[in-house]
Design a protein around this ligand. Sequence first.
Ligand code: DX5
Ligand code: ZN
Length: 228
Amino acid sequence: MIKIAPSILTADFGHLAAQVQEAEAAGADYIHVDVMDGRFVPNITMGPLIVEAVRRATRLPIDVHLMIEAPERYLRQFAEAGASILTIHAEACTHIQATLAAIRDLGVRPGLALNPATPLQVVEEIYTDLELLLVMTVNPGFGGQPLIPATLPKTARARALLDRLGAAVELEVDGGINLDTAPRAVEAGADTLVAGSAIYNAHASVTHNLAALRRVVDQAARLRRQCP
Ligand code: DX5
Ligand code: ZN
């Protein structure tokens, strides 16, 4: 079953616990937390305190996406705050293997994110240290951007690479996922879809948005099984 990870980036922070709980009740698989430092990406968002608040609000795994320079400085803080997955960016980290190993030593699942222009090759070198590969489908920094089309064939190549390596690595996509692009990401081989503005928006409730996304995703997954 394909996983859906609502990103709270566009949630109503005045009612964060309720927003997280609504996603859990509506069938979310993870809660995705976008951490931005104003250096690696232009935006500044949240830190370990928010992860702690999310941890108190839900039993779902918390998928923490670190868009920060030198993420090794903060691993322990995020682990202690309750992160279940810690995903670092290849472009922001000098010693990727050591950092992934340090995440595992903290008892957290290690993830590696690649920007749209970053080649997949690094995966071949460190896949045994990885539990999750995040193929960015936008340039990180802001919610609500359109998916970059070339990232879909890249996702398919990531799928093929992981399959060829026999790697038990979850393939996640993040950015611009909506009712139109989600089926295409599933078709490309994604296991987990992050969705921010498609779930947390002013048009409809989280429950409604998540159900609509779940429907198209499940349909695409059925088709993928029929024509592998
Ligand atoms: C982008 C973040 C995403 C973002 C997704 O920098 O990593 O997780 O919240 O938002 P949408 O789904 O609106 O593109
Ligand atoms: Zn993210």
